[in-house]
Structures are given as C-alpha cells and as structure tokens.
Design a protein around this ligand. Structure first.
Ligand SMILES: N[C@@H](CCC(=O)N[C@@H](CS)C(=O)NCC(=O)O)C(=O)O
Length: 238
C-alpha cells in the first residue's frame, strides 16, 4: 500500500510525536511510523541529513516532496489537509496560536524532570527537579489549564470544541495534555482536575472518537514511560 505520510519520531516514547500520531489517527491517514520499523532508526537519522529543509529535531513528517518539522507546524499542515482546523485565516491562526501555547506548556513539563540540563540524567538533577515541579504544580499547571479551560468555556455554545464548531487538532492535543498530566502528576491532578470541567469534557469527547478509541486500544499507542516527556516520578508529584 502506498503510504501517504512518513512520520519520523523516537520509537519508544509518545513524546511530541504523539500530537502528530493523534492527528494522523483521527484523520484515518495512511502513515508509517518510520523509526518503529526494522532499521527505522537508521532511516530517521538519514532523513534528518537528506532534506533540503532539514529538521532540528524529531518529530518531522514527510508528505510527498515536503519535509515538515516542529510539532505545531506539522499540525498546521495536517489540519488544513484533513479538515482538522478551520479554513478561514482567523480560525487557522487561532488554532495554531493555541497549539504553540501547548508547545510552550510541553517544554515546561519536560523541564520538571530536566530543569538543569537536557543531556544530564534525571538522577543528576533530582533536587532541582523537585523544586521545579513544586512550582510547576502550584503555579504553571493552574495558569496553563486555567487558560485552556477559559478558551473552551468561551466557545462552549459551539459544541465544546476549542476552536470553531468542529473537532480540531487542538482538541486532540488538549486530550493528550490531560492524559499526560494525569500520568505524571496523579496526586496533584486528582486535586486540581475538578476546576477544569471543560477540559475534562474535551478529554472524554476525544477518547470516544472511534478512530482515537481504536488507536488507544492498539499496539500503535506506546504506553507512557520514564523516557518520554510526561514521566511519573512519585517524588515530584504531590
Ligand atoms: N519545538 C520542537 C521541539 C522538538 C524537540 O525538542 N524534540 C525532541 C524530542 S521530543 C528531541 O529529539 N530533541 C533533541 C534535541 O533537542 O537535541 C517541536 O515542538 O517539535
């Protein structure tokens, strides 16, 4: 079968690649998750060097002659191709703006376990991680989730979606954010989640989409683990 897309991402984690996988799965798009195939890591490394528009880091997506990197940029492209974003300029930019804000949040999630250095082990920055996580839980989760909750509530007469009156990649990404936070910080989230009814609703709505439900039950969905962005270290939760 001719593959429409080749997704290049690390093979053993959800990470940032998961935001792209969710969009491809919801769209029912034909894609290959390259690094999860035989010799896939070689193919990923080779593809990074081979492009005239080289990515800085995975995830990146090959679509015909295009090589697109940056998660939000990939979603901008897929959203337009698969009806997962508004067509009009204002709505398209609004969806992209929200996705970039999610990317900012994801960077902060990453920094809870790697506050000092990306290339250092977690074990070498545990003390700083604890301090960083305490502030993240107390201030940053409420600030970001409070913002997304407000965005959803402002639009709630249009069916509970983040943008416009249809599902978009932003809803899929908010689902992933809620999944990830619940995995990484179960105690803190159990306490805080009642403050975010619209986010809970969008999470439930996305989980029930037939293509997403099938994906979540499949082997294609990698389980959360302590190599990815959302990591569960009990000592950082609370
Ligand atoms: N802003 C980029 C970040 C890409 C990124 O940081 N990718 C990680 C994996 S999730 C990576 O492989 N980074 C390698 C590096 O930064 O050296 C995006 O959203 O796609």
């Amino acid at each position: 079968m001719q593959m429409e897309y080749a997704l290049y991402y690390w093979p053993s984690i959800q990470g940032r690649g998961e935001f792209v996988r969710l969009a491809l799965e919801e769209a029912g798009a034909a894609y290959v998750d390259v690094a999860r195939q035989k010799k896939g890591m070689d193919a990923l490394m080779a593809a990074m060097d081979a492009s005239a528009t080289p990515p800085f880091a995975p995830p990146f997506l090959k679509a015909d002659e295009l090589m697109i990197a940056q998660t939000a940029n990939i979603l901008l492209f897929l959203g337009a191709r698969h009806g997962l974003a508004p067509r009009a300029e204002a709505g398209r930019l609004w969806a992209h703006q929200l996705q970039l804000t999610i990317a900012d949040f994801i960077n902060e999630v990453h920094d809870t376990h790697h506050p000092v250095g990306v290339s250092l082990y977690y074990e070498d920055q545990k003390k700083e991680a604890k301090r960083r996580s305490a502030g993240f839980i107390a201030e940053r989760i409420p600030k970001f989730l409070g913002y997304f909750e407000q965005v959803l509530q402002n639009n709630d007469k249009r069916g509970g979606f983040a943008v416009g009156a249809r599902l978009s990649y932003v809803d899929l990404s908010l689902f992933q954010v809620m999944e990830g936070l619940r995995y990484a910080f179960p105690k803190a989230m159990a306490r805080m989640v009642p403050r975010y009814p619209a986010l809970i609703a969008v999470h439930g709505m996305v989980a029930e989409r037939p293509n997403i439900a099938a994906y979540l039950n499949s082997k294609r969905r990698i389980a959360f683990n302590e190599e990815g962005i959302f990591r569960h270290y009990p000592e950082l939760d609370g």
